[in-house]
Design a binder for this molecule. Structure first.
Ligand code: S3P
Length: 437
């Protein structure tokens, strides 16, 4: 088992770039596979999660070249060109790979089986299976969980689906299946969630209409190939945003080329409402996605009540927000975030266990946490179990900026699922981190 040994650090400084966006990288492979002709993706996130999607697309008969880790050439097979895989598709730790692929494969003439690692095999899949069945697909789960078996050869029809949770993965799975339906497919969400699928489908020439919380996809004749430069992942930048607020020296910590899609940047709104000094520089467009550099200055944070409407816009950032809240003056209340319980770990439980080690006063709620911040107090050291969750591991590494003794963060290998090179980036800006064995 891999662990981080983290010594207290007192400041961060310099400039870094975070790796490519995970959500966009998964989608770039899937849509390029279905396109007509050659697509070229640069800035690709060569993490274990995205490589699971890459291998799945190869197993489905798509030729993919990777001249370098972040440069991918996809020879699209067209909307109807995928072929049956010779074996079950292993999606590793990647919920996005499994849920989006379920939508894609529900409409194929052949059958497929999707499996994953121990964490993914425990995650809920009925949320995608149910709407796909309404479309006419034959999708089978086991007690609601993987393996997911998809029986091929079904004709799909457009539906009008009201999603019970604000999940971009469910929305995307239905939209992907909708590419093959006999009419338009509508998805209505209870709140806004990330819209990378909609943006990329539009770039590939598919008619997608978003009106408020309702998205409609019209089945296309085909998809156009794309040239795409994937922006840096806001969710990876989040660890350094909080690190900068806790300990940036001098002219601040600069994080370059960060994806700024407004459906992803809820953490910025929350941290700014806490008093965080985060400046946006060099704002620009990269294809269908906004991008900017972020300059973060050390700030005295105040506790806040996080508006539940911001939860889906910051859904992957709560572990590191909890750390920021523990360093803020007064109480922070997070509610409406029960989805955190079904991520790569139960993130409310995993963060609470770590907080007990660090002696952070907090109360666990069914759908969030109440955290008593103590800006003047240093965290104790000790041993923390990341529960195999990449974001929990990286969040506690950031907490070392307020620790007074060493932390041992257990089970960190899965950091490679989203952020290859985290250790090097963290060390480069001043965190005192080593990995063992
Ligand atoms: C993702 C959507 C979110 C997010 C996940 C990536 C995506 O999941 O937590 O890391 O790429 O669509 P949900 O759709 O389950 O909220």
């Amino acid at each position: 088992m891999r662990d981080y040994r983290v010594q207290p650090a007192h400041r961060v400084l310099g400039a870094i770039r975070v790796p490519g966006d995970k959500s966009i990288s998964h989608r770039s492979l899937m849509l390029s596979a279905l396109a007509d002709g050659l697509s070229e993706v640069t800035g690709f996130l060569a993490s274990e999660d995205c490589l699971a999607t890459l291998n799945a697309m190869r197993a489905l008969g798509v030729r993919i070249e990777q001249p370098s880790a972040t440069h991918v050439l996809i020879h699209g097979v067209g909307l109807h060109g995928l072929q049956a895989a010779a074996h079950a598709l292993d999606m590793g730790n990647a919920g996005t790979a499994m849920r989006l692929s379920t939508g894609l494969l529900a409409a194929q003439p052949f059958s497929s089986r999707l499996v994953g690692d121990a964490s993914l095999m425990k995650r809920p899949m009925e949320r995608v299976a149910k709407p796909l069945r309404e479309m006419g697909a034959d999708v089978r789960t086991h007690d609601g969980k993987p393996p997911v078996d998809i029986v091929g050869g079904r004709r799909l029809h457009g539906i009008d689906y009201a999603m019970p949770v604000a999940s971009a993965q469910v929305k995307s799975a239905v939209l992907l299946a909708g590419l093959y339906a006999d009419g338009p497919t509508h998805v209505t969400a209870p709140a806004i969630s990330r819209d990378h699928s909609e943006r990329m489908l539009l770039s590939c020439g598919v008619r997608v209409v978003t009106e408020g919380l309702r998205t409609t996809v019209y089945p296309p004749q085909g998809l156009a190939s794309q040239r795409l430069d994937v922006p840096g992942d806001f969710s990876s930048a989040a660890f350094f945003i909080v690190a900068g607020l806790l300990g940036a020296a001098n002219e601040g910590l600069l994080i370059q080329n960060v994806g700024m899609n407004p459906t992803r940047t809820g953490l910025l709104d929350i941290l700014r409402s806490m008093g965080g000094d985060i400046r946006i520089e060099n704002a620009r467009e990269s294809g269908a996605e906004p991008v900017a550099d972020l300059r973060v200055h050390k700030s005295a944070l105040q506790g806040v009540n996080v508006p539940p409407a911001l939860v889906p816009l910051a859904i992957d950032e709560f572990p590191v927000l909890f750390v920021a809240a523990a360093c803020a003056e007064g109480e922070t209340l997070i509610t409406g975030a029960e989805e955190l319980r079904v991520k790569e770990s139960d993130r409310i439980a995993a963060m609470s266990a770590g907080f007990r080690t660090l002696e952070v006063p907090h109360e666990v709620l069914p759908d969030g946490m109440r955290i008593q911040g103590r800006p003047g107090a240093a965290f104790g050291g000790g041993e923390i179990d990341s529960e195999g969750d990449h974001r929990v591991a990286m969040s506690f590494a950031v907490a070392s900026l307020r620790a007074e003794s060493a932390l041992l963060i257990r089970d960190v290998a899965n950091v490679a699922t989203s952020f290859p090179g985290f250790l090097e980036s963290a060390r480069a800006v001043g965190l005192n981190l080593t990995e063992s064995p």
